[in-house]
Design a protein around this ligand. Structure first.
Ligand code: CTP
Length: 407
């Protein structure tokens, strides 16, 4: 079940060209089961009409507190008290300034003063404004009060300028919201290393050997662990995903770079989760210049070190989790892999199925532990699988506190 299921949210939208993106965000939130009341500032209405928001939220749109003609049938204080969180997206420089100064001159700013729940603001503004000392000071004030103010993305802006000022992507906003809402902090202050994505093994300066891993499962695990309070290091091969803002991000390319990063960060960690699809082989003597010609070519491959087995053999006291991508005899192969690598928990999935695993949004996995236990999880979104895996890790750590004794 989604963490947003049944949550009462207020989505404030202010007057930026990015206001249309709030429509997509609203759809994401309602799809995740949240009940959302949308509050438009006067200027936001110039960009997107209230009808779109009213239709998608299934609720009246809240607008000018003082306008008897508006849809604002609910009293702002009662609404703010009922809400589990307020999201402002896009948040203009004007809104940030008013919120920092405690100005309450419309429905949204008044509601922000009344709200005692978590508040997430996703700024969007034109070139250079984000760096203006006034905006910098306002953001610092808001963050100092516990408001989550996201960093805007860099890139092309509506004015044609290129700068930091674009509204963060909807999934980044949702992730920040989940972090703000999380009450279960069962990994508080504990170090967790997660690996994700494929590795790339160079053939020459422009070509490489890799695999189809998208990194989604590992990124979902890193985000979930961070939400639960962990100090997460995400060691990732190349992917197209945005790293979770709360994690320390260590980008790598090759298996050897991943090995070095994992061994460095594993020391002192409570949990190491190896969701990466490490290339089993690398080219022994990768060319340092581009290979030319159309002749037959034989690549001389040599195996990469097994990072997972190496971390487990170091016996640092960390709880070690591996993944197994299997196409046949999933249970037998996974059990053999768990034992061969000397790890604590193995997450197995059947990659012969197209609907789950590699590059899919959903996953259906089998959890096998070193104490002989096995548990099949139903098919669900990778974000939900991530929390279920962390639940299992925490249950096993609690049940087997002196793990070294059973090695
Ligand atoms: N793994 C690793 N280092 C490697 C290869 C794999 O740490 N050089 C880890 C992966 O991150 C994953 C687990 O080992 O957690 C299983 O990887 P998988 O490719 O399924 O298994 P292999 O050990 O490569 O065995 P096989 O290819 O025979 O299935």
């Amino acid at each position: 079940m989604s963490t947003l299921d049944g949550r009462e949210l207020i989505l404030g939208v202010t007057g930026s060209i990015a206001a249309y993106k709030a429509v997509y965000l609203l759809r994401e939130l309602t799809r995740a089961g949240a009940r959302v009341s949308v509050c438009l500032s006067e200027h936001a209405r110039e960009f997107v009409g209230p009808l779109t928001f009213r239709t998608l939220s299934g609720r009246p749109v809240l607008s000018d507190l003082f306008d008897p003609q508006s849809d604002a049938a609910v009293e702002h204080v009662a609404l703010a008290e009922r809400a589990h969180a307020v999201i402002v997206a896009p948040a203009t420089a004007n809104l940030l300034g008013k919120a920092a100064a405690g100005i309450a001159d419309d429905f949204l700013t008044t509601l922000l003063l009344a709200a005692r729940c978590p508040v997430v603001m996703a700024p969007a503004m034109d070139g250079g404004m984000w760096e203006h000392p006034a905006v910098v000071a306002n953001v610092a004030t808001l963050r100092g009060r516990g408001v989550t103010v996201l960093e805007p993305d860099a890139g092309a802006l509506a004015s044609g300028l290129s700068a930091r000022g674009r509204l963060p992507e909807a999934d980044v906003i949702v992730e920040a919201l989940l972090t703000a809402l999380t009450v279960r902090r069962d990994l508080d202050g504990q170090r967790v290393v997660v690996t994700a994505g494929p590795t790339r093994e160079p053939i020459d300066p422009v070509r490489y050997i890799s695999n189809r891993s998208s990194g989604r499962m590992g990124y979902a695990l890193a985000a979930a662990a961070a939400r639960r309070g962990a100090l997460v290091t995400l060691v990732s091969g190349p992917t197209t995903l945005m790293p979770p803002t709360a994690a320390t991000f260590v980008p790598v390319q090759t298996a050897e770079q991943m090995r070095e990063a994992v061994l460095r960060h594993a020391a002192g960690s409570a949990v190491v989760i190896k969701a990466a699809a490490v290339a089993d082989y690398r080219v022994r003597n990768a060319a340092d210049q581009k290979i030319k010609g159309k002749r037959d070519l034989t690549l001389d491959l040599t195996p990469n070190a097994d990072i997972l087995a190496e971390v487990a053999a170091r016996d640092t006291g960390a709880f070690i989790v591996g993944f197994a991508a299997e196409t046949n005899d999933v249970v037998a192969n996974a059990r053999a892999k768990l034992e061969a690598k000397g790890i604590d928990l193995l997450v197995a999935n059947d990659v012969s199925r197209r609907d789950i695993g590699f590059d899919a949004e959903e996953n259906e996995v089998l959890l096998l532990d070193r104490w002989g236990g096995s548990r099949a999880l139903p098919r669900m979104a990778k974000t939900a699988v991530a929390d279920a895996i962390l639940d299992e890790i925490q249950a096993l750590r609690a049940a087997h506190p002196v793990r070294k004794a059973v090695r």
